[in-house]
Design a binder for this molecule. Structure first.
Ligand SMILES: [Zn+2]
Length: 205
């Protein structure tokens, strides 16, 4: 039995990060009362998300594509520092790092974190793509910087990455570092100010 459109859409909105059942219902009623142009625009944008946004095969970030470029603007920029690769959780973590203006290397976005005691960590993060990217960089790459949230899941993910990258780190003699002091526990990069990020980057180790 399928739900009516109100409940079905509310169920769908509930799956969005940070949205509870009441908020989900409020979104639906907002749309029911919104002017038709807003609803048409939303429908149109959802369609264009699929047709005009690509995922970069190197760093995995989503970007608006004009179909001329396979890779995102950062990965296409050959003037960046090829010796550095920074691993972040998600696309939105990039902005504070970019604003801090201290990092000029390349990025990789894991797409998630590994919860503690998780049985299938490889399903949570884009490990295969990460290993492939590191292999493809081999001689140029010198250091991998892990820049994740400083909470339980973030730390668990760091442990998982250390194990998973061990053989490549040894094979190519890479340095594996973490964002350092200045990041208090339970901070998420997305919400960290550029000054703190800048300090943590300079104090990585
Ligand atoms: Zn990219």
């Amino acid at each position: 039995m399928s739900l009516d459109p109100i409940n079905e859409l509310a169920e769908l909105f509930r799956r969005l990060p940070g949205i509870g059942p009441r908020q989900a219902k409020r979104f639906v009623y907002y749309l029911l009362n919104a002017d038709p142009a807003t609803v048409t625009k939303l429908t149109d944008l959802l369609g264009r998300l699929r047709s005009q946004v690509k995922q970069c095969p190197d760093c995995q970030i989503y970007f608006a594509s004009d179909n001329k470029n396979e890779r995102c603007i950062t990965c296409r920029d050959t003037t960046r520092d090829h010796s550095l690769l920074m691993i972040m959780e998600k696309d939105v973590d990039l902005e504070p790092m970019r604003r801090a203006g201290v990092y000029s290397g390349y990025y990789f976005f894991l797409g998630g974190l590994v919860p503690i005691l998780d049985k299938e960590p490889a399903r949570r993060v884009r490990l295969a793509a990460l290993l492939r990217l590191i292999e493809s960089k081999n001689k140029e790459l010198k250091e991998i910087i892990i820049a994740l949230a400083t909470n339980g899941e973030g730390e668990n993910t760091v442990d998982y990455l250390r194990q998973s990258l061990k053989s490549l780190v040894e094979k190519y003699d890479l340095k594996l570092s973490l964002l350092g002091r200045g990041l208090s526990t339970n901070s998420e990069l997305e919400y960290t100010d550029p000054e703190t990020i800048s300090y943590a980057f300079k104090n990585r180790g």
